[in-house]
Ligand binder design. Structure first.
Ligand code: SF4
Length: 329
C-alpha cells in the first residue's frame, strides 16, 4: 500500500547565537534523521518524554515550522521545502487538533464563523448559506446541536470545545489529522468520549491520525502503530500490541514500566532511569540513550550509532525479546 505520509531523515535544528557579533555557537537538535510512514486510515502514535521532539515533528509536517533538512512526502508530493503558497491546495488535506481547545479557538468569534470561514476560504462552499448548512451537519457529527452556532468558545466546557476543534478539522474533509496531545487536558471520562468520537470519524471518513502524546494508556487503546522518540531520534517502532507486550528497546521498556497500569494488581517492575535527559544542544555520541540505559556497554558510546539488521529505525545493540543477547555482551 502506498503511504499517505512518508518522512525521511527529517531534521530540525535551532541555531544558537551568542555574543555581540551573534556568532553561531551550536544548535538545539530537536529532530535528528527521523523516518516514519503513515498509511491511509491508520493511527500512528508518537510517544516519548517532554522535549523528545514529538511536537516539533508534527509542526514540521504541517509546516508551522521549517525543517532543516530531510523530506516529507504527502499524497506522493514533497512538501517539506516547497514554498507555502504552492502548498495551499494541500492545506485542507492536513488538519491539526491541539491540546488546549480554548486557546486554539478564536475567543472573539462565534462558532458559526469558526466553522464557516475555512469552508469559504478553501472554496469548499460557494455561498455562506451552503457553508452554514455544512457547519450544522458537522456540529451534529461531533455531538453538538445547532444552538452552538451563535455562541462563543468560552460558553462551552473543555470537552465541548475539543468537539468544536475536531469539527473545524473534519469540516474540510482532510485525509490526515494531527492530534497534538488532543485529549491530554481532558478528564478521563471526557477523554474516552472524545477517543470514541475520533474512532467513529476515522471510520466514516477514512481518516489517518498522527497522534502525538505522552499518555501510553491512551496509545495502547487507540493507535495501530507506535514510534518511540528519545532526544529527537526514533528508538523503536512497531505495531502497538507487539511493542507493548514485548518491547525490544531498553528505552521503550523503561517508558512502559513507568506508565500507570490498567489493573493495579498487574505486576510490572518499574525501571528507574539514572540521570536526567541529556541536553539536545549536546546529545551523547553513539547511542543517545547510553547515559541512562541500564544495559549500556562501552561500545554504546562509540559513534557511529549501532544498528542491528532490524527495522530501519532500530537503534540498539540489543533486542530485549532475545534476552540472551545481553549475557553475550
Ligand atoms: Fe542501551 Fe547500548 Fe542499546 Fe543504547 S545501544 S539502548 S545504550 S544497550
Amino acid at each position: 500500500m502506498t503511504p499517505l505520509l512518508k518522512i525521511n531523515q527529517l531534521k530540525k535544528y535551532y541555531p544558537i547565537y551568542k555574543g555581540v557579533f551573534k556568532r553561531k555557537t551550536g544548535d538545539v537538535q530537536a529532530l535528528r534523521e527521523v523516518d516514519l510512514t503513515l498509511y491511509p486510515q491508520e493511527t500512528v502514535a508518537i510517544v516519548g518524554e517532554s522535549g523528545c521532539g514529538k511536537s516539533t515533528l508534527a509542526q514540521c509536517v504541517i509546516r508551522l515550522i521549517e525543517p532543516t533538512s530531510g523530506s516529507v512526502t504527502f499524497l506522493g508530493r514533497e512538501i517539506a521545502h516547497e514554498p507555502k503558497e504552492a502548498l495551499l491546495p494541500l492545506r485542507r488535506e492536513i488538519q491539526m487538533v491541539f491540546q488546549d481547545p480554548f486557546s486554539s479557538l478564536n475567543p472573539r468569534k462565534r462558532i458559526k464563523d469558526i466553522l464557516v470561514e475555512p469552508l469559504l476560504y478553501h472554496k469548499v462552499c460557494q455561498t455562506e448559506e451552503e457553508a452554514l448548512k455544512l457547519a450544522k451537519e458537522t456540529l451534529a457529527e461531533v455531538g453538538l446541536n445547532e444552538g452552538a452556532l451563535n455562541r462563543f468558545p468560552h460558553q462551552f466546557s473543555g470537552g465541548q470545545q475539543q468537539r468544536i476543534a475536531i469539527g473545524r478539522a473534519i469540516i474540510l474533509k482532510p485525509k490526515l489529522i494531527i492530534l497534538d496531545e488532543a485529549v491530554s487536558s481532558l478528564d478521563v471520562s471526557v477523554q474516552a468520549q472524545i477517543l470514541n468520537l475520533l474512532a467513529s470519524l476515522q471510520e466514516r471518513y477514512r481518516l489517518s491520525y498522527l497522534f502525538i502524546t505522552h499518555d501510553l494508556q491512551v496509545v495502547e487503546q487507540f493507535a495501530d502503530r507506535v514510534f518511540v522518540l528519545y532526544l529527537g531520534k526514533v528508538m523503536e517502532s512497531g505495531p502497538t500490541k507487539e511493542l507493548f507486550s514485548k518491547p525490544r528497546h531498553p528505552y521503550t521498556e523503561a517508558l512502559l514500566s513507568a506508565a500507570p497500569k490498567e489493573y493495579p494488581t498487574e505486576k510490572r517492575e518499574r525501571i528507574l532511569l539514572k540521570g536526567d535527559l541529556p541536553s539536545p544542544i549536546d546529545p551523547p555520541p553513539g547511542c543517545p540513550f547510553h547515559t541512562r540505559c541500564p544495559y549500556a556497554q562501552e561500545i554504546c558510546k562509540e559513534p557511529p550509532p549501532h544498528k542491528s539488521d532490524g527495522p530501519q529505525d532500530w537503534f540498539c545493540i540489543l533486542d530485549l525479546t532475545k534476552k540472551k543477547d545481553i549475557s553475550n555482551l
